[in-house]
Design a protein around this ligand. Structure first.
Ligand code: GLP
Length: 238
């Protein structure tokens, strides 16, 4: 695992955007794994701004989002589909046919998960995946206890994750399940970049740095991957 400790959130966002755009320039038809959450907002803002200047950079790119809430329609403002539409899809020239976000309202969630895994495989596999980090170490929505061999599936969200995301559901109806790529799905990505910012992540970052891999801290699975870059700001680095 390689580490970069940068000054602040701004620097983390600029660096992550730079890596993503460089990867696309290098390989136009790249397959990306993409995160949601507060952390990547700055990265997406910079990518949108860059692509207004350098049009056609996403035309051949394929994207797969890490996760989506179960039971939340795509049109709901707190769905991860809405998040991605607002922050990335509307600002770049991605081909809608190459955009993938799990559908949390699919009639058969099991079939949706199986077909998501198949689509990733059919696209040639993830080449570069960006991750945020939950305070309890979750990646995607792989909560503590998630097996390292897990694939895309429906998971129960922990109380702490539901609390962290409650502000996005002002009506109080925070979903208790989600579809997420599994840890093994994520580890199959050729390259992985994890970004974290702020003092609230310092505990999780310390565990990522110091602890032996264990499903109790899902992000620790990344130690088993040969090409992981962790980009943190000073506050998250403690
Ligand atoms: C969310 C997402 C994760 C994200 C994490 C951290 O619940 N499912 O993919 O990385 O929690 O989010 P944030 O960046 O808002 O701290």
């Amino acid at each position: 695992m390689r580490w970069e400790v940068l000054a602040d959130y701004e620097a983390v966002s600029v660096r992550a955007a730079e890596l993503l755009l460089a990867a696309i320039r290098n390989e136009r038809s790249i397959v990306l794994g993409l995160p949601t959450g507060r952390t990547p907002e700055g990265m997406y803002a910079r990518i949108g701004a860059q692509c207004r200047r350098e049009y056609h950079c996403f035309a051949q790119t394929t994207t797969f989002n890490l996760d989506e809430y179960v039971g939340v329609p795509r049109t709901h403002p707190a769905s991860y589909y809405s998040y991605m539409r607002q922050r990335l899809f509307e600002h770049v020239d991605l081909n809608p046919a190459r955009i993938h976000v799990p559908c949390g309202t699919a009639p058969s969630l099991e079939a949706e998960c199986a077909s998501y895994e198949r689509s990733i495989r059919d696209a040639g596999g993830l080449a570069l995946t960006f991750l945020g980090l939950g305070r309890n170490g979750h990646i995607g929505f792989n909560e503590p206890g998630a097996p390292f061999e897990s694939r895309t599936r429906v998971v129960e969200l922990t109380a702490s994750t539901r609390n962290a995301n409650a502000p996005f559901f002002p009506g109080g109806e925070v979903p208790n399940r989600a579809i997420t790529m599994g840890i093994a799905t994520i580890l199959d990505s050729l390259r992985i970049v994890l970004i974290a910012s702020g003092a609230a992540k310092a505990g999780a970052i310390r565990r990522l740095r110091d602890e032996e891999p264990s499903p109790e801290f899902p992000a620790s699975a990344l130690a088993r991957h040969p090409d992981v870059l962790v980009i943190v700001d000073k506050a998250a680095a403690g």
